[in-house]
Design a protein around this ligand. Structure first.
Ligand SMILES: *[C@@H]1O[C@H](CO)[C@@H](O)[C@H](O)[C@H]1NC(C)=O
Ligand SMILES: *[C@@H]1O[C@H](CO)[C@@H](O)[C@H](O)[C@H]1NC(C)=O
Ligand SMILES: *[C@@H]1O[C@H](CO)[C@@H](O)[C@H](O)[C@H]1NC(C)=O
Ligand SMILES: *[C@@H]1O[C@H](CO)[C@@H](O)[C@H](O)[C@H]1NC(C)=O
Ligand SMILES: *[C@@H]1O[C@H](CO)[C@@H](O)[C@H](O)[C@H]1NC(C)=O
Length: 488
């Protein structure tokens, strides 16, 4: 269902893009002319406001420390409330109870929860602990209380938004009807909530927003963005049983090696089928993935090569390994792999293990029975991977999913820990050339480094206002005033 909808809107966007590209071309030409006359392009205004706070671009011929950005120490996460930011309106004076039902996997739900805190603030509503999605692809019956520390969530946010575990019985009984439910459009503006949602909330005293993910615009003023960050990076803390197990896994990695790379692989059959790409598995793969594709009646016929050259295909485990090696990671590097089902299983993973024999997963690290309590719950397992990836020195993904986005943003906030996102578009050309023996290793490696130079999680890669706020939480990252001069 969801995928169908996504695909539909995606192909619509593509068509629109195609016809729009002519216009964009003309507009750019126009802007170019204008900029010649007045000195800058309109959109630069927006960026430069933020870019001024950042260091000038690192030149490509300087050697990048693959384990840590040279500039990470110059920045810190800043999401404190400012003095004039309105305090929480107490429960008994609030406009009513806001319920939300989140949607998707753990990280998509995290986005919904963070945004719900901001919506509750905008509405002067009392937020009821969110209801988790039990019906997603990831099927998990866990409730909020099984994954996140509820008391901490409530107390951390107490200055901003009143949060309750449930609607008090007294209020429940006094309500004439069940809470109204509605689904806000994607990326709604605050005005939508004020004009469309608030009147209903006031009238009914309780209101449930359904499928609550990406329901709030990326662009908010800085104070609201900071509230988003407080919710996401501070208020949402895993339960102690998850946190302890996660930290234990981290400790086991660190006991073997002082630093490690975490790789998040999404390579599930569904996802590959959906991508329309070809991953080198011959007729068998084409038949199997083709069979899965039939599930989505409306999928357009995609050209395998077209998708690949547009950078739409997730990297294979082997390609991730080649990229890491080309970037300079030695074969004795400790690698933690977080993944769901891998299409092709061990056979698909083997080339990555061959490149990096110190390869670990949570199943390999945990003692017998340690993982057992978590096994029936995909979200809790995902939370363990989240912790080990979050704590890693270097985090790498092969995809652009919610976990990749959330962790990329979080790692920037927590001190620009190195986060490598593959530049799939450029890399696809290099992987092909290499497999056709057109590149020797040295040339391949140099070209990979160049292709990745803006995809290494350096502070100056950020573009304020572009992309997802959760991926680039620019309002919540501040530059230190460097008083002493390092040139001395
Ligand atoms: C980062 O620091 C290392 C050593 O401190 C230095 O060799 C390297 O050139 C620096 N890289 C950049 C991009 O400034
Ligand atoms: C609201 O609750 C607070 C305590 O939580 C209480 O001090 C205050 O009197 C209440 N206000 C109203 C209008 O009931
Ligand atoms: C929220 O409360 C503040 C302070 O009491 C008030 O100024 C503001 O208008 C209220 N907003 C809404 C949407 O009720
Ligand atoms: C890590 O090593 C220390 C010392 O060797 C040991 O006490 C500790 O139990 C180890 N931690 C884990 C999680 O294996
Ligand atoms: C790593 O590579 C070196 C050669 O560069 C080789 O001698 C060594 O055996 C490799 N180590 C592992 C663990 O594969």
């Amino acid at each position: 269902m969801e995928k169908k909808r996504l695909r539909r809107s995606w192909s619509r966007t593509n068509k629109a893009l195609f016809s729009r590209s002519l216009w964009v071309g003309l507009i750019l030409l126009g802007l170019g002319l204008v900029s010649l006359l007045i000195g800058h392009i309109a959109s630069d205004l927006h960026w430069s406001q933020f870019r001024r706070r950042l260091r000038p671009k690192v030149s490509h011929n300087k050697r990048l420390d693959i384990w840590k950005s040279n500039y990470s120490d110059l920045y810190y996460g800043c999401s404190g409330r400012s003095a004039n930011f309105r305090y929480a309106v107490p429960e008994n004076r609030s406009n009513g109870y806001l319920l939300i039902a989140t949607s998707g996997g753990l990280n998509q739900q995290r986005i919904g929860i963070s945004d719900a805190v901001v919506v509750a603030w905008i509405l002067n509503a009392t937020l009821v602990i969110p209801e988790m999605d039990h019906h997603s692809f990831w099927k998990d019956d866990s409730d909020f209380v099984n994954i996140f520390d509820v008391d901490w969530f409530i107390s951390y946010l107490s200055e901003d938004v009143p949060v309750v575990r449930r609607i008090p019985d007294k209020v429940m009984r006094s309500m004439e009807k069940l809470p109204w439910t509605m689904r806000p459009p994607r990326k709604s503006m605050p005005d939508y909530y004020l004009y469309q949602v608030l009147p209903i909330l006031r009238r009914r005293h309780a209101l449930q927003l359904t499928k609550f993910d990406y329901r709030l615009t990326n662009r908010l003023d800085d104070e609201l963005q900071k509230l988003r960050c407080r919710a996401n990076f501070h208020a949402l803390r895993f339960t102690s049983s998850i946190e302890n197990m996660g930290q234990k896994l981290v400790q086991k990695m660190r006991n073997m090696s002082s630093r490690y790379v975490a790789v998040h692989l999404r390579f599930e059959p569904d996802m590959l089928a959906f991508s329309g790409c070809y991953y080198g598995g011959g007729d068998k793969e084409r038949a199997e993935l083709g069979e899965i594709r039939k599930r989505w009646a409306t999928l357009p016929d995609l050209s395998e090569e077209g998708e690949r050259s547009r950078g739409k295909c997730p990297l294979t485990p082997h390609e991730v390994g080649l990229m890491l090696k080309a970037l300079g990671f030695q074969n004795d590097t400790y690698v933690y792999v977080a993944s769901g089902e891998i299409y092709g299983g061990e056979k698909t993973l083997q080339p990555l293990k061959d490149l990096f024999p110190n390869y670990y997963t949570k199943e390999m690290l945990a003692d017998a029975n340690e993982l057992e309590p978590f096994l029936p719950f995909s979200s809790r397992l995902a939370a363990l991977d989240f912790i080990v990836c979050d704590e890693s020195d270097v985090f790498v993904t092969n995809n652009n999913g919610n976990m990749a986005k959330i962790l990329a943003g979080r790692r920037r906030y927590m001190g620009h820990k190195r986060t490598i996102r593959p530049n799939a578009k450029k890399l696809s050309i290099l992987f092909r050339a290499r497999s056709q023996m057109k590149l020797d290793w040295e040339t391949f490696s140099t070209k990979v480094k160049y292709a990745q130079s803006d995809f290494m999680g350096e502070p100056d890669e950020m573009r304020s206002g572009r992309g997802d706020f959760h991926e680039f939480p620019y309002s919540c990252i501040c530059k230190k005033d460097v008083v002493s001069s390092s040139q001395n």
